[in-house]
Design a protein around this ligand. Structure first.
Ligand SMILES: [Zn+2]
Length: 368
C-alpha cells in the first residue's frame, strides 16, 4: 500500500495512512507526476501484501505482561512510575533511505523546521496520552525510543509506521498539504502499540480493527491535547491535511463514516457505518481502511452516550480490550465482546458503561 523502505522486513508491518483506493484514483486521474507516484506505491503494495501473509506469527511481539497485568500494574504504579520519553527526529532530506540525519533529539530546542517540530511535539502528545491515561511506558510498554523521519522522499503523499519507526512525507502541496498532523501521528504510533500488544493481523476484519484502534487513539490524542469533550471533538482523522483544492475535510470521519471527502480527484469516502453496508473486497487487504468505519462509529456512539472526555472511560475500555484480546485474527464480534468484558472489568457487571456499550454496538449491527 505504500513504498516500503530499506529498513522494512517481512516480519514488520508497514502501516500507511493513505489507502490504496485513494492511490488508485490518483493513478488514474492525477497529473503525470502524481499518477506516477501513486502507481509505484500501488505496485509496492502488491509486494508488501505477499510479505504480510507471514506476519501473523513472526511479526508478533508478546503482550505487555501476562494476562491480568493491566489493572494490577496500573494500581501498583499509581502514577508513581517514571516514564521517560526519548524522541529522535530525523531529516530524510527528501530521500528514500531511513532514518536520515538526526536533527532533533530529546530535550533539544525547537529547530524552526515545522515538520521536525510537529513530529517532535506530536510524539510527545502521544507518549503523554498512553503514559498518563493507560500507564503505558511508550509504544512497547518498556520505554521504546520514538524515532521519526520527516521530509521522507520528495513530494511524498503518505505517512507510515514500518514496525520500528514513523516516517512522514511532505505531501505534494496539491492533494496533501502535510502529514505531520496530530491525529495522523497518533494513528501511526498506535500501530506500534497494537504491534507490541499481541498484534491484529493486517487483513480483513482483524486488519480493520487494527486500523480502527489507530483511528480511535489518533483522535483521542487530539482530543486530549486540545482538552475537547466528546461533544466538542471533530472526530476526524487527518483533519486539514487535504490540499487547498480538494473537496473534503479529512481522511476519515468517525462521527459520519463515508462523508470525509467527495472529490473529483480523490473520489468518494467509501467507509460504511453499519454491518449491513460491510464491504467485501480483496482490495486494501480486505478493506482494512474501509470497514474500520464500523468499529470507529461504534466507539463514537458509545462516547456520545457517556459524554465527558473520550480518552478517559471509553479510551480505557478500548485500551484494556487490546491488552486482553490475545487473538491476532479477531473479528468485529470478538472485539465487541472483548470491549464488553473490559467495560465489566473496569466498571462492574450491569454498569451504565456496559449497558451503553452494548447499545452502541447494536446500532452498528453487532450484537453482544
Ligand atoms: Zn493505519
Amino acid at each position: 500500500m505504500c513504498f516500503s523502505c530499506n529498513s522494512s522486513s517481512p516480519h514488520n508491518p508497514i502501516n500507511c495512512i493513505i489507502p490504496p483506493h485513494m492511490l488508485r484514483v490518483m493513478a488514474m486521474r492525477g497529473d503525470a507526476s502524481t499518477a506516477k507516484m501513486a502507481r509505484s506505491m500501488l505496485k509496492q503494495n502488491e509486494k508488501v501484501r505477499e510479505e504480510r501473509a507471514d506476519q501473523s506469527s513472526g511479526g508478533m511481539v508478546p503482550a505487555d505482561g501476562p494476562p491480568g497485568s493491566f489493572v494490577s500494574a496500573a494500581v501498583m504504579r499509581g502514577g508513581a512510575e517514571q516514564h521517560i520519553i526519548d524522541r529522535q527526529i530525523y531529516d530524510g532530506e527528501r530521500k528514500a533511505s531511513l532514518p536520515g540525519t538526526l536533527i532533533r533529539a530529546e530535550g533539544d530546542p525547537a529547530t524552526g523546521d515545522e515538520e521536525v517540530d510537529a513530529a517532535y511535539d506530536g510524539a510527545g502528545d502521544v507518549f503523554d496520552l498512553y503514559s498518563s491515561q493507560y500507564s503505558r511506558n511508550s509504544l512497547d510498554g518498556e520505554g521504546l525510543p520514538l524515532v521519526a523521519t520527516v521530509h521522507h522522499r520528495r513530494n511524498y503523499n503518505n505517512a507510515f509506521w514500518n514496525g520500528s519507526q514513523m516516517a512522514y512525507g511532505d505531501g505534494d502541496g496539491e492533494i496533501f498539504r502535510t502529514f505531520t498532523e496530530l491525529s495522523v501521528i497518533g494513528h501511526e504510533m498506535s500501530h506500534g502499540v497494537v504491534q507490541y500488544s499481541g498484534g491484529l493481523l493486517y487483513q480483513g476484519q482483524s486488519g480493520a480493527l487494527n486500523e480502527s484502534y489507530s483511528d480511535v487513539f489518533g483522535s483521542l490524542t487530539v482530543q486530549k491535547k486540545l482538552g475537547q469533550s466528546v461533544s466538542e471533538a471533530s472526530w476526524l482523522v487527518g483533519e486539514g491535511i487535504l490540499g487547498p483544492n480538494i473537496n473534503g475535510t479529512a481522511l476519515r470521519s468517525m462521527r459520519a463514516p463515508g462523508t470525509a471527502y467527495s472529490d473529483s480527484l480523490l473520489g468518494q469516502d467509501p467507509q460504511p457505518y453499519h454491518m449491513d453496508l460491510f464491504v467485501n473486497t480483496t482490495d486494501d487487504n480486505g478493506g482494512v481502511h474501509i470497514n474500520s468505519g464500523i468499529p470507529n462509529h461504534a466507539f463514537y456512539l458509545y462516547c456520545q452516550y457517556m459524554g465527558g472526555n473520550a480518552w478517559e472511560g471509553p479510551g480505557r475500555i478500548w485500551y484494556l480490550a487490546l491488552q486482553r484480546i490475545n487473538n491476532p485474527m479477531a473479528t468485529f464480534n470478538d472485539w465487541a465482546q472483548q470491549t464488553m468484558e473490559a467495560a465489566v472489568e473496569l466498571n462492574g457487571n450491569g454498569s451504565m458503561e456496559m449497558v451503553m456499550l452494548r447499545r452502541a454496538w447494536k446500532l452498528v449491527g453487532i450484537a453482544v
